[in-house]
Design a protein around this ligand. Sequence first.
Ligand code: SAM
Length: 185
Amino acid sequence: MKKVLKMKKVSVLRIGHRLVRDDRVTTHAALVSRAFGADMIYMTGVDQSVKETVDSVSKRWGGPDFRVEVIDDWKSVVRAWKKSGGKVAHLTMYGINISDAAAQIKKESKLLVIIGAEKVPREAYELADYNIAVGNQPHSEIAALAIFLDRYFAGRQFRKEFAGGRMKIIPTEKGKRVEETGQPF
Ligand code: SAM
């Protein structure tokens, strides 16, 4: 399972952040990226506190390799990504329905997934190799991202090992079982 995920490199780029109103959503976009198999998330318009929150989750629950990078210029990230041979999938309700695009997307081994906090600049639609709709109705970037990553990894992301954390969940039918791993905090 690990091998399949390793062969696919996915980063997320979130454009925009509405002050105060988006605080939880922004953190959740990063946590969903991490838990659903992405390697990192680039974010614009935020301070370092999102990074600190996600780093402390990783220290507790493992997976220290996931990175949050706060950036100013998203277009140069997209251009560098494309130059290095990666493809760009922009999630928008105006795009091609994911059920029609999934077979093609799954062939890509290096993907940058763009999501927006609000209206996304026109250039994102043009720079993207794929504009993908998770249904053609408006909803949320977190829901769109989660469904997209799940279709892309076909559920295998949930077998990923998050090593190196201080705590480890032992899945159980009832209640909560959590083991202390003895890793330094
Ligand atoms: N009009 C926007 C659009 O283009 O999808 C909705 C803005 S919504 C507040 C913020 C983000 O959620 C969008 O930038 C997009 O990434 C994502 N989103 C919302 N609905 C979506 C859908 N049906 N399919 C894919 N992405 C969606």
